[in-house]
Design a protein around this ligand. Sequence first.
Ligand SMILES: Nc1ncnc2c1ncn2[C@@H]1O[C@H](COP(=O)(O)OP(=O)(O)OP(=O)(O)O)[C@@H](O)[C@H]1O
Ligand SMILES: Nc1nc2c(c(=O)[nH]1)N[C@H]1C(S)=C(S)[C@@H](COP(=O)(O)O)O[C@H]1N2
Length: 180
Amino acid sequence: MTEKQEAVIGVVTASDRASAGVYEDISGPAIAAYFEKVLTTPFRIERRLIPDGFESVRDTLIELADNFGCDLVVTTGGTGPSPRDLTPEATLAAAPRELPGFGELMRKVSLAQTPTAILSRQLAAHRGKCLVINLPGKPAAIELCLDAVMPAVPYCLDLIGAAYIETDPARVVAFRPKGK
Ligand SMILES: Nc1ncnc2c1ncn2[C@@H]1O[C@H](COP(=O)(O)OP(=O)(O)OP(=O)(O)O)[C@@H](O)[C@H]1O
Ligand SMILES: Nc1nc2c(c(=O)[nH]1)N[C@H]1C(S)=C(S)[C@@H](COP(=O)(O)O)O[C@H]1N2
């Protein structure tokens, strides 16, 4: 296995209002803080705070994957049914190979928190060696959704040829089949 020294993790907040300064972006920093807590292998974060919209999100994801070498990009916001909520469409335009289990599981755990969880069209997909995971905009969704999918993320990154990452087992028990 070729191990890269440092994983690169993109954190993208898609929100018209947070990007215009109407309210403070809490969800983007919460994602970065989550990885600080959970990962034990070296990584750095690339943060972006952008307006909602198909092109803004698609182009940001492509830039993070292709020019910044991101192994993983986590987005927040723009997953709902409002006309400007276009993060899932933009994600599939940038990363055409969907991993449907991620969206299914995140909606399932979110339903325990709120009945409106079914309004989120959040998904995960990969662009070559870069995995993209959508989260809802609400700060309360961040840790809940990431806790649900993180056990499978390190092995997923192995399979797509991205960086090798490890989690603190006291926080997240990551699953890698034996011998991998
Ligand atoms: N990045 C964020 N940081 C903090 N709070 C947020 C964020 N995104 C959403 N929220 C909160 O969730 C509420 C509902 O968010 P909504 O789904 O309308 O956001 P959005 O469509 O992602 O963003 P916007 O409407 O600003 O473009 C917001 O009013 C705000 O209180
Ligand atoms: N865990 C969790 N999931 C959630 C929510 C939440 O508060 N917690 N909010 C829901 C709501 S109200 C909406 S409209 C959708 C989409 O939100 P977004 O457009 O900000 O991505 O996510 C849903 N999923």
